[in-house]
Ligand binder design. Structure first.
Ligand SMILES: Nc1ncnc2c1ncn2[C@@H]1O[C@H](COP(=O)(O)OP(=O)(O)OP(=O)(O)O)[C@@H](O)[C@H]1O
Length: 797
């Protein structure tokens, strides 16, 4: 079917439209081939665009409208346009449907995964410090009845669920255009309306809220912070946001209400102590998702290839939601599948949030467990928005269990008890950890019985920011899909050449297992002359759970360094020195000596030109009032980093803080440590989510589906990537994941044909609930649920 469709496309495709409003789903390519069908077709030799590579950050600092038109056009094609020929036909799409619930004989989940059990068992003891309300909220009866009655039978679930099974509504033929318009109006008002969910408890009428950037779309920007506000920028936690708000209030800055200037992202760069404002904007598709989540309160799953800005978007969403619910921070829960991923976004694991421990028991048992733990129960009752990052590693069974727990604990029959879900990840990346005990095949979240009813919108981010070289982005895209053309294979094999750089910073080598990483780094460190300096982390928090929580952190408990050691920065310093930047320890110094001498004195091998360049880069020291170690005379490492533009930058590294916080802002554990790790070698697991300028990947040792893709897609360019032992057989995409994304594509085709004004982002499920509920009509007055009545009274329809 895809082959057929592609032939038709080649023959009949109209010229690409320029509107961003029509995005493809889900494409990872920034070239003109950014079409889901291209992701699933075998690329031909001429398929690669020849557009020259360009620095991602250079582009990133531009406003959307400033981007070169070739690139822009490349990302703005649409399935709607490409498939406007009726031949291609939604009527055939039924035949394309893939049974998500079927087992796949090709897949055998392997048990060899690097994750620790700790990643999933942090702290069922995580507690809040308030009591559970004595009376649970109740759901309006009509709403319950309506939900049950109107739901069609679910697609065959893999296990019986009480309610809320997945409707295969994306199978349903597209609705007429006018229905879509009505859908849009009504979506504002009812159905899940997750963010208003708790309103049903006391039911004040929902407010119509317009965010500033909704008025001026281009004005929302993500900015690197001022030197003094950098700490807050690095720390997306609730307490940091509170601190920042207080600071801003005290300073009475007039721009506090300006989008992009408040919250945790102030502006600036730091060279020579000057204040140069540098910023990049969220793309339009990122802003649309942000709006959908924050303004419209929709439950969304946004996905996309590696480097499409999912993490950047998620951080912006977290920040905005925390501002929205600043009065009651427990309304927003930030979670991720693993401890490491959770730390990266200032959250806790999904297991920790839910208070289910390992979560192996049946839902009824888990519910009892939560009810015995009033603080865990309160988390469930209080939360309005649940963020889940790296969803690809969450088990589908767990997703169903949590959905049922949410319904029961919150006494609310809607999916997850009415909690708004904000989920991101890429199922082509690392899969869930197989369950060693039950030996059952892994189940992805999209295979969960409750997945479809839990998500209002599935959105594909299509613009790749990490790799600006379209040929490289295409190669990675083929790899993502597990379909490598002969040309791409040749190109990857050509990347086996050795690379060396004359700035002394080597490539980071990615390994699949932690042991390999530790052995490699220790050997390299031992081989360096001189004594190692040891930096012990300063940990605080509840001793009962602290160590367990902190063991998930990227930042090590103990860090041994020598002059010559290769290190990686694990926090964003400014726009050009970011998480993932590689560097080399060139000296040790206290801050005063460093400031007095200047950076030049720390490198005797520098030639004149380099010295001249570096003189401009002096002054990377932090505000002494924000850092107790600044005046302590502590001997700290002086590191020469190679920034994202390839320029050397020397900084004196000082300790940073990492926190594990509950949604109420209570700090469970805190670590203060240098923001460095040894980086001759890194694990693929730790590299997930990172952007690396120089990296060597040995595919000989890769064992898991998605692993090779995760490893290679960390690289920003072919020039900074060495690939050893490339073999097609190592490139494995999970067939059920392929089927899932194909199905999204066919839905996108269907919905794009029905829309007079195509959605701003490739939102493939936006209309599915409406589609399967039949033609859109206002419910008769006596059948309206309280939410609908309230919305009607507010004049929404
Ligand atoms: N709107 C944007 N403008 C410019 N650069 C961006 C934008 N969004 C993201 N980036 C940059 O693109 C790179 C990749 O972003 P990010 O890590 O968020 O992608 P991702 O989709 O989460 O990737 P992965 O799935 O591999 O973790 C980062 O260097 C980030 O700074």
């Amino acid at each position: 079917m895809f082959a057929q469709a592609n032939k038709k496309f080649v023959a009949k495709a109209p010229p690409p439209p320029t509107s961003l409003g029509k995005q493809l789903f889900p494409s990872s390519s920034p070239t003109c081939t950014s079409d889901i069908r291209d992701q699933f077709k075998k690329p031909n030799a001429t398929g690669h665009a020849t557009q020259s590579a360009r620095s991602g950050r250079e582009a990133g600092s531009m406003q959307d409208g400033d981007r070169p038109s070739a690139h822009k056009g490349a990302n703005h094609q649409t399935l709607a346009a490409l498939y406007s020929n009726a031949n291609n036909a939604f009527s055939h799409s039924k035949n394309e449907v893939v049974d998500l619930t079927g087992s796949d004989s090709h897949f055998k989940g392997k048990a060899e995964v690097m994750l620790l059990e700790d990643d999933f068992s942090d702290d069922e003891d995580l507690d809040l410090d308030f009591e559970a309300p004595s009376a649970l909220p109740t759901m309006p009866k009509k709403a319950q009845a309506e939900t049950k009655e109107n739901m069609p039978p679910p697609p065959t679930p893999t296990q019986p669920m009480e309610w809320s099974s997945s409707p295969a509504s994306h199978w349903v033929p597209p609705q007429q255009a006018h229905e879509l318009e009505r859908t849009d109006t009504r979506e504002k008002s009812m159905k899940r309306n997750s963010s208003e969910e708790d309103n049903s408890f006391g039911l004040p009428a929902p407010k119509k809220r317009v965010l500033p950037w909704a008025k001026d779309e281009d004005s929302f920007s993500v900015k690197t912070p001022t030197h003094s506000s950098r700490k807050d920028f690095l720390d997306p936690s609730a307490s940091a946001i509170k601190e920042q708000k207080l600071k801003l209030k005290n300073q009475r800055q007039p721009q506090i209400s300006e989008p992009g200037n408040d919250g945790a992202r102030g502006a600036t760069e730091t060279a020579n102590g000057g204040a140069k404002t540098t910023a990049f904007s969220l793309s339009k598709e990122q802003r649309n998702v942000l709006d959908m989540v924050v303004n419209k309160g929709q439950s969304v799953f946004f996905t996309g290839a590696a480097g499409t800005g999912k993490s950047v978007l998620m951080r912006a969403i977290i920040e905005e939601l925390k501002k929205k619910y600043a009065k009651d921070t427990e309304r927003v829960a930030v979670t991720a599948s693993t401890g490491l991923a959770a730390c990266n976004i200032g959250g806790i694991t999904l297991h920790s949030f839910s208070g289910i421990g390992l979560g192996k028991e049946e839902p009824t048992q888990l519910i009892k467990k939560i009810r015995r733990n009033p603080k865990a129960k309160n988390r469930w009752l209080k939360v309005k928005c649940l963020i889940i990052d790296e969803i690809s590693m969450v088990d589908g069974e767990l997703f169903d269990k949590l959905s049922q727990i949410g319904r029961t604990i919150r006494n609310n029959g809607r999916p997850w008890g009415g909690i708004q879900l904000i989920i991101t990840g890429d199922f082509f990346q690392l899969p869930p950890v197989p369950d060693g005990e039950n030996k059952r095949d892994i189940k992805f979240c999209f295979e969960a019985s409750t997945w479809n009813t839990s998500i209002d919108h599935t959105i594909g981010l299509t613009e790749v920011f990490r790799q600006r070289d379209p040929q490289f982005a295409n190669m990675l895209n083929e790899m993502r899909l597990g379909e490598i053309s002969a040309e791409t294979e040749r190109a990857f094999r050509a990347l086996s050449r050795p690379l060396s750089f004359d700035d002394g910073v080597d490539m980071a080598q990615l390994y699949p297992t932690r042991n390999q990483v530790e052995t490699s780094n220790a050997t390299r460190l031992r081989a360096l002359p001189g004594e190692a300096r040891r930096y012990e982390a300063l940990d605080s928090g509840d001793p009962k759970i602290r160590d367990k929580l902190l063991s998930n952190m990227m930042s090590p408990k103990t860090l041994d360094l020598k002059v010559g050691a290769q290190v990686m920065l694990i926090k964003n310093w400014n726009e050009s020195l970011v998480n993932g930047t590689l560097g080399k320890v060139i000296a040790f110094s206290d801050e005063k000596t460093f400031e007095m001498n200047g950076v030049d004195d720390f490198d005797s091998n520098m030639d004149d030109a380099m010295a001249k360049a570096r003189r401009k880069l002096k002054g990377f020291s932090r505000d002494s009032d924000t850092d107790s170690s600044a005046s302590s005379g502590q001997i700290l490492p002086v590191v020469q980093f190679i920034d994202i533009d390839g320029n050397p930058k020397i900084i004196l590294c000082q300790p940073e803080d990492w926190k594990v916080e509950l949604p109420n802002g209570e700090v469970q554990a805190k670590r203060s440590q240098l923001p460095l790790i040894l980086a001759w070698a890194l694990s693929i697991h730790k590299a997930q989510g990172q952007t690396l300028e120089r990296v060597t990947v040995d595919l000989g040792k890769v064992f898991e589906k998605g692993q090779a893709y995760v490893a290679l897609s960390r690289a920003t360019s072919q020039q900074g990537l060495q690939v050893k032992n490339f073999h097609k057989s190592k490139i494995m995409a999970h067939p059920r994941v392929c089927a899932f994304y194909r199905k999204l594509y066919s839905v996108d085709v269907a919905s794009s044909r029905m829309a007079p004004a195509a959605p701003k982002v490739a939102d493939v499920f936006a209309s599915r609930k409406e589609a399967y509920r039949g033609p859109k009509q206002l419910p008769p007055q006596d059948e309206m649920d309280p939410d609908e009545e309230a919305m009607r009274d507010m004049g929404y329809y």
